[in-house]
Design a protein around this ligand. Structure first.
Ligand SMILES: [Zn+2]
Ligand SMILES: [Zn+2]
Length: 571
C-alpha cells in the first residue's frame, strides 16, 4: 500500500503549492479531496490504474487521474516540477508542523521569504512571526514548539516504518541460496519506538552475491558504500541501511554486539572482565581460546546469565535479573485473545462493522470490542445516545446470528469532557460491555487541570479503560501534562485498566510508564484502536512495546479468556 501514500503526498504537495501561489481558489481543494480519497483507499492504487478505473474513485476526475498515471509510470508530474520552480517552498515539511497550515506558509513565504523548516525556525526565534498580520506572540511560541517536535521526529524513523522497510529487503535477500542466517540487529531488534539506521547482519557462503543484491534492492536512492564485508545504502525514505557479513562461528557474538544497547554491552564486558574473559564482536575469549560466539545463548550462558530478550537490553535491571535467573516471561502475540478498542464507519473508521469482524475473526480472537467515538467528537461523526442504543441492538443481533465464533463486545470510546464528565449518559453507558474513556480535546490543559479531569472521569462507575493515557503522537505531538502517578493511584482505586495503544505513532503508555503501572498493581489492555482492517495488524507493535515494559501475560487483561476478562473488568 506504500504507493497509495506516495501518490497522496504528491497530490497534497500540488494542492499546497497551488494554494500558496494563490491563483486559483478551487483547484487546491480538488487536490486535497483527491489526496484524502487516495489515502483512505482500501485498494492498491497501482491495480486501479492498471484497470484504468482511476476516475471511479470519488474525487478523482480526469485531470487528477492523468497526474496519478504520470507519477506511477514515470515517477514525475510535469505540473509539480513547474510549481516547485515557481514556488520554491518545502510545503510538505512546513505543513507537518503542528499549528502551521497553507495560510501561514503563504504569509511567511511572502513576507519573510521562509522556504523550509530551518528558515522558519530562524524567523520564529528572531521574533519575526509575531509582527505579521494574524500571528500573535502565542502562535509564535506554538510554532517554535511544533518545530522541535517535528525535528525530533525527522531524525528518526518510526519502528513500524523501519520494520516494513527491513522486511522488504530481508525477504528479497532470503531468496538467495547463499544466505545462511540474516537478521536485523540494532535498535530495531530491541523494538525501540524510533530507529536511527537499520543494521542487517548476514552469514553467507558467498558474501559478494549478497552485497550485490543488497545495493540493488528496490527503493535505493544512494549507494553509500559497497564492499566485500560491509555495504551501506540510503533508501528513498531517507533511512540508512547497513549490511555486515559475519563469519558463522562469530555470528552470535556479532549479533549480540550489534544489537546493543551500548549500556547493556558495557555491563556484559565488565562481567566478562571480572571472570578473566574478554568479550568483543567476534566472541568470548579466555586468553586466546574462544569459549563462545557462535550463538548469543552461548555467550550469556558462559557469563552466568540467562539469555536476555533484546527488548530488555537497556541496562535498566535486566542484567541483575538475568544473573538471579528471574527475568520476566514476556508476553507474545500468541497470548493475545482479543482487541478491546476499534472503530468502524459508524464514526471515523473506514470499514463496516462486518468487515472489521471478519478480519478480527481471521486473527483467531475470542472476543472483539467495537468502540466507536461518541458525540462530542463531531469531526469523527461521534454517536449520541440514540445511535449508541441502536448499536447495542445491532451487536446483540450480530452475536445471535452465529456468523462469528468470537464474542462481539459492545463498547464505545467516550470523550472525557473539560470538567471530567463523560459525554454519554450513565444510563446508556451501563448497557455497554467495555467503556473506554479518552481525552480528545483541550489537550493543552495545565497539569493540575488535566490530572483532575482524568481522575474525575475514572471515578465514574461505567468506565473500564483509560484510552491512550498521555495522548502523544510520536514526532507530532508531545504528551499531555499529567501526573501519571496520581492517575495510576486513582485507577487502582476504581479498577480502571490502562491502555497500551498499539498504533505505531502512539505506543501510549511508553515502556517506562508501563513498568510503573504494573509495579502499582494495575492491569494493561493492549489495543489496536484500528480504524481500518489493515490496522488490526498493529497489535504486534503493542506487543513489542509491552515487552519493552517488562509485561508478562498476567499483567495484560486481553490475554484472559472471555469469562475471566468480563469478571475482572467489572466494577
Ligand atoms: Zn482516541
Ligand atoms: Zn479510538
Amino acid at each position: 500500500m506504500t504507493r497509495n501514500a506516495e501518490v497522496a503526498r504528491v497530490l497534497k504537495e500540488i494542492g499546497l503549492l497551488l494554494e500558496i501561489e494563490g491563483k486559483d481558489k478551487f483547484k487546491p481543494r480538488a487536490y486535497y479531496r483527491g489526496m484524502r480519497s487516495i489515502a483512505s483507499l482500501g485498494e492498491d492504487i497501482e491495480s486501479v490504474a492498471k484497470r484504468d478505473t482511476l476516475t471511479d474513485i470519488p474525487g478523482i476526475g480526469k485531470g487528477l487521474s492523468e497526474v496519478i498515471k504520470s507519477y506511477l509510470e514515470t515517477g514525475e508530474v510535469e505540473l509539480l516540477t513547474k510549481l516547485r520552480t515557481r514556488v520554491p517552498v518545502k510545503v510538505l515539511e512546513l505543513d507537518s508542523i503542528p499549528g502551521v497550515g497553507p495560510k501561514t506558509i503563504r504569509l511567511v513565504y511572502e513576507k519573510l521569504g521562509v522556504t523550509d523548516l530551518g528558515t522558519l525556525e530562524k524567523a520564529a526565534n528572531g521574533g519575526k512571526l509575531s509582527g505579521l498580520p494574524g500571528l500573535g506572540e502565542k502562535t509564535q511560541v506554538q510554532i517554535i514548539e511544533g518545530i522541535q517536535v517535528v525535528r525530533a521526529g525527522l531524525e528518526r524513523t518510526l519502528l513500524a516504518d523501519a520494520i516494513s522497510a527491513a522486511e522488504r529487503i530481508e525477504n528479497d535477500l532470503r531468496k538467495l541460496k547463499v544466505v545462511k542466517q540474516l537478521i536485523t540487529a540494532g535498535s530495531t531488534r530491541r523494538r525501540r519506538e524510533t530507529i536511527g539506521d537499520l543494521d542487517f547482519l548476514v552469514d553467507a557462503t558467498e558474501p559478494e552475491t549478497v552485497m550485490d543484491a543488497f545495493v540493488n534492492s528496490e527503493g535505493v536512492a544512494t549507494i553509500i558504500a559497497h564492499g566485500p564485508t560491509k555495504s551501506s545504502i540510503r533508501l528513498e525514505s531517507g533511512l540508512q541501511v547497513d549490511l555486515r557479513v559475519l563469519p558463522s562461528d562469530s555470528f552470535g557474538a556479532g549479533l549480540q554486539y550489534f544489537t546493543g544497547s551500548v549500556d547493556h554491552n558495557v555491563r556484559l564486558r565488565s562481567i566478562a572482565q571480572k571472570m578473566g574473559l574478554r568479550l568483543n564482536e567476534y566472541g568470548l575469549y579466555k586468553d586466546k581460546k574462544k569459549v563462545a560466539g557462535e550463538d548469543e545463548e552461548g555467550i550469556y550462558k558462559a557469563l552466568g546469565l540467562q539469555w536476555v530478550p533484546p527488548e530488555l537490553r537497556e541496562d535498566t535491571g535486566e542484567i541483575e535479573a538475568a544473573q538471579n535467573g528471574n527475568l520476566p516471561e514476556l508476553v507474545t502475540m500468541n497470548d493475545i485473545r482479543g482487541d478491546l478498542h476499534s472503530h468502524t464507519d459508524q464514526s471515523d473508521g473506514k470499514n463496516t462493522i462486518e468487515e472489521m469482524l471478519d478480519a478480527a475473526q481471521a486473527l483467531g480472537y475470542q472476543y472483539y470490542c467495537v468502540s466507536d467515538h461518541t458525540q462530542s467528537l463531531t469531526i469523527a461523526n461521534g454517536m449520541d445516545e440514540d445511535r449508541l442504543l441502536k448499536r447495542i441492538e445491532e451487536i446483540d443481533e450480530l452475536n445471535a446470528s452465529g456468523r462469528w465464533k468470537m464474542k462481539i463486545l459492545k463498547g464505545a470510546e467516550v470523550d472525557i469532557l473539560a470538567d471530567g464528565g463523560l459525554d454519554i449518559e450513565d444510563e446508556v453507558l451501563s448497557q455497554l460491555d467495555v467503556v473506554t474513556g479518552s481525552i480528545h480535546s483541550r489537550m493543552k490543559d495545565k497539569k493540575e487541570t488535566m490530572t483532575e479531569r482524568v481522575c474525575h472521569a475514572m471515578e465514574n462507575k461505567n468506565i473500564h479503560l483509560l484510552g491512550h493515557p498521555t495522548g502523544r503522537l510520536i514526532g507530532k505531538r508531545s504528551e499531555f501534562e499529567i501526573d501519571l502517578e496520581r492517575v495510576f493511584e486513582t485507577a487502582r482505586k476504581h479498577n480502571v485498566i490502562m491502555e497500551l495503544n498499539a498504533h505505531p505513532q502512539r505506543l501510549d503508555l511508553n515502556a517506562g510508564n508501563l513498568r510503573a503501572a504494573i509495579k502499582m498493581g494495575l492491569k494493561i489492555a493492549i489495543n489496536t484502536d484500528a480504524h481500518r482492517i489493515s490496522e488490526l495488524d498493529n497489535m504486534r507493535f503493542g506487543i513489542f512495546q509491552a515487552r519493552r515494559g517488562w509485561l508478562t501475560p498476567d499483567d495484560i487483561i486481553n490475554t484472559c479468556p472471555l469469562k475471566k476478562l468480563m469478571k475482572s473488568i467489572k466494577k
